[in-house]
Design a protein around this ligand. Structure first.
Ligand code: G
Ligand code: G
Ligand code: MN
Ligand code: NA
Length: 256
């Protein structure tokens, strides 16, 4: 297709830019991390949303190259921000991963290569994979996640709650955080069922060493409620939409 041809060209000419959406600690509002979200600045199409081209990139395998370009750019940015004192030493950079990348034979080598070239400490990196992608590649994905974590990189399960994984399955997975899908957060203050689901996730992970992140927070009311329920981190338009690095909140973060 035409889109695929243009996407090939975009990979060769590095037409992708990385936007960032802050991750906030609910107890004090600290800007403690950010999710990298790719955009395609196409000369002919203008700014293209990942929702439009990620599926094509996944199908064609181009996601392997695009994913690495995003990771490398985000890693350089993060190292520079930490060096300038704009981001704290323990800042968490979150980068999305497709199952296709996790399943590719040289992924771990390329990952290590990016870390050593950019000097990003493994400690500062969290890779996100959606619950539904994990569910459809259970065996391979599980061993891939274990390898990633053995490098000191953290794993987040993205869009959690939409993939119907069982509690038993969850306990055998190797992950560090769960990102509660925004469909549960949205209108939770009016919809008791959604609130009960989030409470259940909090209860379920209580004995586990897991960070809970709520996605899609749009109102102060939702933030307050989530904090009361026991969810520690949040992301959403209430705090900031995905922004270019230069437009992110400039407030210096301090270790308290
Ligand atoms: O930023 P936006 O809401 O338009 O993102 C749409 C979707 O694209 C999200 O579900 C997000 O997970 C996905 N996405 C954004 N950036 C990347 C990326 O670098 N790699 C992968 N695999 N998916 C991404
Ligand atoms: O699937 P993933 O969680 O990676 O997707 C991130 C996407 O969610 C981004 O494209 C971003 O634009 C979108 N997003 C982030 N915060 C909000 C929010 O508060 N409300 C809505 N509706 N979408 C959001
Ligand atoms: Mn994500
Ligand atoms: Na998500």
């Amino acid at each position: 297709s035409r889109l695929l041809l243009e996407l090939h060209h975009a990979v060769q000419h590095h037409e992708f830019v990385v936007y960032y959406q802050p991750l906030v600690r609910l107890v004090d509002g600290r800007f403690c991390g950010a999710e990298a979200l790719v955009r395609w600045e196409s000369p002919s199409r203008g700014m293209v949303s990942p929702a439009e081209f990620i599926p094509v990139a996944e199908q064609s395998g181009l996601i392997n190259q695009i994913g690495m370009q995003v990771l490398e750019q985000a890693a350089y940015d993060t190292v520079a921000q930490i060096e300038k004192g704009m981001w704290a030493a323990d800042f968490q950079l979150h980068v999305n991963l497709s199952a296709r990348q996790l399943l590719s034979a040289d992924f771990i080598d390329k990952l290590q290569d990016v870390l050593s070239r950019t000097h990003l400490p493994a400690d500062n990196l969290t890779l996100e994979i959606t619950e539904s992608q994990l569910m459809s590649h259970e065996q391979l994905a599980t061993s891939g996640l274990t390898k990633i974590r053995s490098l000191g990189i953290k794993i987040a399960i993205d869009d959690f709650g939409t993939g119907y994984s069982s509690l038993a399955y969850l306990h055998q997975m190797a992950f560090d955080s769960l990102k509660i899908d925004r469909s549960f957060v949205h209108s939770m203050t009016e919809n008791v069922t959604n609130q009960r689901i989030i409470e259940a996730v909090v209860a379920m992970t209580r004995g586990m060493d897991v960070h809970l992140v709520a996605e899609g927070i749009e109102t102060q009311e939702e933030a307050i409620r989530l904090r009361e329920i026991g969810c520690h981190y949040a992301q959403g338009f209430l705090f900031a939409k995905p922004l270019p690095l230069a437009e992110l909140p400039t407030e210096r973060v301090t270790d308290k």
